[in-house]
Design a protein around this ligand. Structure first.
Ligand SMILES: Nc1ncnc2c1ncn2[C@@H]1O[C@H](COP(=O)(O)OP(=O)(O)OP(=O)(O)O)[C@@H](O)[C@H]1O
Ligand SMILES: [Mg+2]
Length: 260
């Protein structure tokens, strides 16, 4: 399967109304760091939809703007211009408190460094985002997530008592347990051996297939991207290409072309 132009890109002129099918969306997104001669344009007029109930991978060379795209889409960083939506919520219309709440309640995060709290058990870590927003976990959902990630016998361990793969499984459980509208994962397998990485990818895939979770994942690895429904290729802060039904081979072909 070869890459094809993005048919889901939203036409900025004809309207930026978010579609019901969008878990998250950027419209005319520009992110500039610094000013004057040292300014870096990390996102250069990006318009992209991350579909609901799908697994989207974001790929591109180092420094191409992948993390910036993810951080701006998740409300962790602010756009210089343009708009970011989570579902139909325009992030630029929210104040700091509303934005914090949205991040806690409607977004899950998984990072390359597992970012667990060392003094808390696996279970406490998993439930932390809910606790911070004054909610209790839905026991059925918690059980489901713990079973999916095979963490049943690890729930009372602290992060130092867990392997890297287990720690990342806890981080994925933490991202999923609140049943967020969208999960953003930035190189979630970057620090893992191949087998643990494959496991994490399988769990993310299952969350989409079984629970209709929406996931956006940055990765450098064509094999990881092949688990996704769609791959978005970013080059120099722009969306270069979008590929549906990727395979490791077809993704590698595009990456090779981009490397030239
Ligand atoms: N806080 C910042 N201040 C200044 N420049 C920044 C900042 N964050 C990112 N940049 C710059 O923006 C560009 C895009 O960075 P970004 O981290 O989004 O790239 P990336 O595609 O995630 O790269 P990698 O694959 O290495 O993680 C880079 O040129 C980077 O140096
Ligand atoms: Mg990055």
């Amino acid at each position: 399967m070869s890459a094809r132009p993005d048919s889901t890109v939203v036409d900025r002129q004809s309207g930026s109304a978010p579609s019901a099918d969008a878990a998250a969306m950027l419209v005319g997104a520009v992110k500039r760091y610094g000013s004057g001669r040292s300014a870096v344009v990390a996102l250069d007029d990006v318009t992209i939809t991350f579909p609901a109930g799908k697994f989207t991978a974001v790929m591109g060379p180092s420094g191409s703007g992948k993390s910036t795209m993810m951080h701006c889409a998740a409300g962790l960083d602010q756009l210089t211009s343009g708009r970011a939506f989570v579902g139909d919520t325009d992030l630029s219309a929210l104040n700091d408190r509303e934005l914090t709440r949205l991040r806690r309640e409607r977004i899950g995060f998984v990072f390359q460094a597992f970012n667990l709290v060392a003094t808390l058990t696996a279970e406490e870590n998993i439930c932390l985002p809910l606790a911070l927003s004054g909610r209790r976990p839905n026991v059925a959902v918690l059980d489901q997530v713990v079973a999916l990630l095979r963490l049943g016998d690890r729930m009372h361990h602290r992060p130092t008592e867990l392997s890297g793969g287990q720690q990342q499984r806890v981080a994925v459980a933490r991202a999923l347990v609140a049943q967020p509208q969208v999960v953003f994962a930035d190189e979630p397998t970057g620090n893992l051996d191949t087998r643990s990485g494959q496991e994490i990818l399988g769990f993310l895939r299952s969350a989409v297939d079984l629970h209709h979770q929406s996931i956006v994942m940055v990765t450098h690895d064509p094999n990881a991207a092949a688990w996704a429904d769609r791959v978005v290729f970013v080059v120099d802060g722009r969306v270069h290409d979008v590929m549906d039904h990727p395979s490791a081979g077809s993704v590698l072909d595009v990456m090779k072309r981009l490397g030239r």
